[in-house]
Design a protein around this ligand. Sequence first.
Ligand code: SF4
Ligand code: SF4
Ligand code: SF4
Ligand code: FES
Length: 350
Amino acid sequence: MSKVNITINGQALQVDAGMTILEAAQAAGIDIPTFCHDPELTRAGACRICVVEVAGARNLPASCTTPVAEGMVIETESERVQKARRSILELIWADHPHDCLTCEKTGSCKLQDYSYRYNVKESPYKGEARDIPLDDTNPFFFRDLNKCILCGKCIRKCHEINGAGAIDFMYRGFGTKVTTAFDDPIEESSCVFCGMCVDICPVGALIPKQGLQQGRSWEVDKVLTTCPYCGCGCTFYLHVRNDKIVGVTPNFDGPMKGHLCAKGRFGWDFVDSPDRLQTPLIKKDGEFVEASWEEALDLIAAKLKEVRAQYGADAIAGLSSARITNEENYLFQKLLRSLGTNNVDHCARL
Ligand code: SF4
Ligand code: SF4
Ligand code: SF4
Ligand code: FES
């Protein structure tokens, strides 16, 4: 690939031709703020928070859509750039609820982070404010469109990655909002509740219902693990606080690139269900009674030996689960074959 020579913040760099300024900066460890950019999605160039100063250019180009060119001299934090970013933040705050104290997104909100970074406390622009009712119609996440900054990432994720096409921009000007066909509640739309929009929303417009008020983002431990629901083996981070799961976020560095289905993304509350078995149960005199693992495993081994001795190994069969990992399923069939039977099946075939 051909290379071009550029300078960012005084640092001489040689980067791939065709890269955007944002990509070149990120590769060099230089942080440029973004709202509407996502490397997986088409470039929208909508929010302009990523503007930079390019020597010789009249305006401030959006770094996420502007390709590098030979000899470009770029400043990412010049006074002019910072002033432009402050103006963008002030415009957003002109119509944004001042709700950080109780907002679930506090600590992981880009609007909050950039307002801190550029010292924007409030907006000089006073005018009408949106008053859109909270969409509470689905079991998985709230949609508070009063906090939406119209970056459009959720729409592109839903169309370009999920393919559901459940949401889009509707109305014009001040009335513009992200909503479903006919502005119906999302539960009545083609949404499949994958939660991808929730995961990439840069602000608190889309908030999971589980885990509400159960810990700020810096208070939870994030544990990388594998989803137990099916053999795809998607990985994600369980958010754990006080030994309880309080949330899930995708692992964007994993092979599934952070894409989860509704079950993996939202279906983890069974973990703490009081209905779950805590110990093995053995039926004694027609009643299930709690037993130790040693007792249960000894009984299983004895019964398997008994069946094999009396009827032969083919009388033994094992049914495995799609809810365990491929590795565990592998071990299960090894166990059955070591008993002398090939009768192994799996509930996924249902
Ligand atoms: S979305 Fe962000 S900026 Fe807005 S109230 Fe919540 S934490 Fe504050
Ligand atoms: S949850 Fe998934 S399907 Fe539903 S709107 Fe969000 S991205 Fe689209
Ligand atoms: S809901 Fe979030 S991701 Fe979607 S447009 Fe609004 S701010 Fe962007
Ligand atoms: S991040 Fe570049 S225009 Fe939004």
